[in-house]
Design a protein around this ligand. Sequence first.
Ligand code: MGP
Length: 256
Amino acid sequence: MGVKKVGQLPLTSECHHYYTRDEVPWDIQKYWHQRYSIFSCYDDDIYLTDDAWFGVTPEPVATRIAQDLGALSAPTKTTLVDLFAGAGGNVIAFALSGRWERIIAVERDAPTLACAQHNAAAHGVPADSVVWVLGDCFDYLAQALGTDADGDGDLDPDLRLDRASTTVFASPPWGGVDYRLQDVFDLATMQPYDMETIYRACRPVEHALYLPRTSDLRQIAKLAPPGGKVEVVQYCMEGASKAMVAYVPESREVEG
Ligand code: MGP
């Protein structure tokens, strides 16, 4: 699929603000009950597609990650790219942190992107403080970094990235909630994109990966550059981990 910068997209029939439990599909009712810990201002017209409920980062966690990523990244890192923007939970926190000169949010599903844009506006994020990209994040990253064999695909100059100033955040789909069936989650089984696919795309730049709380630390340790380190943080709410984030430095071995 192509990659393009978009303005405000319209909400569609797939975008919902549920008022009562009766309206909510059974498999997301659990998340709807947690709606105020996911978006504290849920009642202020927050919209999600049904699929987005599974992967949205709860607001206190998103806020903390924005603080941590902002502090861990060198001041020379001024552009933040959110590869899987979803309904906007992380992008909103990154924008409200005020840490980044440029934020680029990528999402492949137009209705979900419309929700993210709408939710960002509902949180008071100025329209021009996020560049919204509709398309496949792997195509985008390869074109923007110039690592795509087919060139930049006539990418909008606003969307180009330079490695020295870019940090990537990736909160990919994990393949549903079945990650809980494994005591230690094998990142090679993550669906539809396994860890290797995500790492290959991200490794030219420093990146933070939002992963299942039980992810195999031995697999994450392999992402460290020679002589370097990966920092892993468990993000908790009410005494229980929601997810872990691996903060991975750029790999200087990548050519180009
Ligand atoms: P969860 O395991 O579905 O819920 O998601 P919970 O309430 O912690 O589990 P339970 O043991 O109490 O039943 C936990 C967190 O993981 C959510 O808040 C999301 O932030 C995140 N999350 C869950 N899934 C399935 C995904 C996913 O596919 N992708 C991403 N990026 N995050 C997810």
